[in-house]
Design a binder for this molecule. Structure first.
Ligand SMILES: [Zn+2]
Length: 533
């Protein structure tokens, strides 16, 4: 019993170790060897482990304890009890070994322990505290993260371009790396780079992977999309506002984003480039119109469109693309108005808008003042009743009156706010569409024409080699007046100011459109009345 035991030396630090105070394994070993030398302990074996002690099942610890349990009694040397055990099973195993004299001595460089009943109690407390600490750890980490998020500080290791500043507990741009990041963004924004060529560009600046090869494509993409460079911080897939300095301006980031997007969606090219597919249905049977290549008898390739006949028999003929395009354009022609007209309309609209704004402002002010008056009245009434100046019955009657007035006013104000200018944006868009129709009816850009028809045309279909689609009532109204408008414009040179006759017809169209967008049912009713049916 009084033979001096030989010692096992145990050092542990896990990578996920939350406690910054814990020394590295090397430092622990150094200190423990020093301690052993000072105390004249003989070291039998050293154990080191890079695992967490929060859950049982550490391999090296198990190996050491197996040796302890087979021995005639040894000592264990560790930096602190919590290096040995941070869960009740491992802690119990050590205490049992002490009880059964397998562990003759436990020494810690930062914790005083003697194998007395008091010592054992202290040890249990130490393990107990460790367990308590371990239980609370998860919660503490969460709390820490929340606090960091609240303080808008970066969590964890700084991304490339930044460096951790332990004093600020945050990250800051790295003097050279940040410049390289900016350089990379600027270079990529020029548009001439692929991920591979940008990786090479960075490699030339000394930015390489661990294997000293240029960065992988995925790393380049991560770099170019990392919002940390905008000063944001990420937690669990979400971005938060950070309070560290951004490296990239939003404009540059967006420019790069735009290029990334165009590269991500490689457009299907030439081979199957049928601009008008997916747009029309067959007017006869309702099947989609599909496209095909054909070669004519002179060997020229051309594209044509035909009913896909997915719904059985159909007698519709095919139509060549050029002809279909011509038909679509002439349909667009029917609703288009010349630039002089649409510009005049936009100008008129601006005038209306100004008038409406000033009118509505005064009306709004009026309403607000009336509401205030009603409120003051109510207040007076209440205080008069409370002072005993008016009887309860009078008060109740008056109160109901005032409340009713207020309610009506409030409702008016609400309606007013909701209804204000709701026609402005739709009308402006309609005028611009009408302008666009004029432009596209002379264009050869089939893709643009298709997109436009998808936007403004309803129920597009093909019947007897002709493109048919319907327009909104405002455009229908314009289409009906086109003949007289054309004849009125015939004598006017293009670009000259509108004649009085044109202004009168144009004003008619514009008024209808405004009424339609402000209140569709009202406009249609009025038109029916005018047409006399
Ligand atoms: Zn068909």
């Amino acid at each position: 019993m009084n033979i001096k035991p030989k010692y096992f030396l145990y050092a542990r630090k896990s990578t996920e170790d939350d406690d910054r105070q814990v020394m590295s394994i090397e430092a622990q070993l150094f200190e423990l060897r020093e301690f052993a030398r000072r105390e004249n302990f003989e070291i039998l074996e050293e154990f080191q482990e890079a695992k967490s002690a929060k859950t049982p099942g550490r391999e090296i610890f198990g190996e050491m304890m197996a040796k302890v349990e087979k021995s005639d009694g040894v000592g264990i040397l560790a930096w602190h009890p919590d290096r040995l055990a941070r869960n009740s099973i491992d802690g119990g195993r050590i205490i049992y070994a002490v009880d059964t004299h397998k562990i003759l001595s436990l020494r810690f460089s930062t914790f005083w322990f003697e194998p007395t009943p008091q010592g054992l109690f202290m040890l249990q407390v130490a393990f107990g505290q460790s367990k308590y600490y371990s239980d609370n750890l998860a919660e503490n980490i969460k709390r820490g993260i929340r606090q960091k998020l609240r303080r808008k500080e970066w969590l964890g290791l700084a991304p490339f371009g930044y460096q951790n500043n332990p004093l600020k507990r945050n990250i800051e741009p790295h003097s050279t790396e940040a410049r390289i990041v900016k350089f990379a963004f600027e270079e990529y924004a020029k548009g001439g780079h692929s991920f591979v060529s940008l990786a090479q560009f960075l490699a030339d600046l000394g930015v390489v992977s661990k294997n000293r090869t240029p960065l992988a494509k995925v790393s380049i993409k991560r770099l170019l999309t990392n919002k940390a460079y905008l000063g944001f911080l990420k937690h669990k897939g979400e971005w938060f506002d950070g309070n560290f300095e951004p490296i990239i301006s939003p404009a540059l980031f967006e420019a790069v984003e735009k290029i990334l997007k165009t590269k991500e969606r490689p457009r299907r090219r030439a081979k199957h480039d049928f601009p008008f597919t997916g747009l029309f249905r067959c007017a006869e049977c309702g099947s989609m119109i599909s496209a095909q290549w054909a070669v004519n008898r002179w060997g020229t390739k051309y594209r044509y469109y035909r009913c896909s006949k997915k719904r059985g028999r159909c007698s519709q003929p095919y139509i060549q693309e050029a002809e279909l395009a011509r038909k679509i354009k002439s349909r667009l022609q029917t609703i288009s108005l010349c630039d002089e007209m649409t510009n005049w309309m936009l100008n008129e609209m601006k005038k209306w808008e100004r008038e409406e704004t000033s009118a509505s402002q005064s009306e709004f002010q009026n309403l607000s003042e009336n509401i205030k008056t009603a409120e003051a009245k109510m207040e007076k009434l209440v205080s008069a009743y409370l002072d005993g100046d008016i009887p309860k019955a009078t008060y109740l009657k008056k109160k109901d009156e005032v409340l009713l007035v207020s309610a009506v006013l409030e409702q008016k104000k609400k309606d007013f706010e909701n209804g204000r200018k709701n026609w402005v944006e739709p009308l402006r868009e309609w005028i611009l569409d009408t302008k666009q129709a004029d432009f596209l009816s002379k264009s050869e850009n089939y893709h643009e024409i298709k997109t436009f028809v998808q936007k403004i045309g309803t129920n597009p279909r093909v019947r007897n080699k002709s493109a048919v689609f319907d327009f909104c009532p405002a455009s229908q109204f314009a289409a009906k007046r086109q003949t007289i408008l054309r004849s009125a414009a015939a004598s006017r040179p293009r670009g000259a100011t509108l004649s009085n006759r044109e202004v009168s017809i144009g004003g008619d169209i514009l008024h209808f459109a405004r009424t339609f967008f402000a209140c569709p049912t009202e406009a249609l009713k009025r038109r029916r009345e005018r047409n006399g049916n």
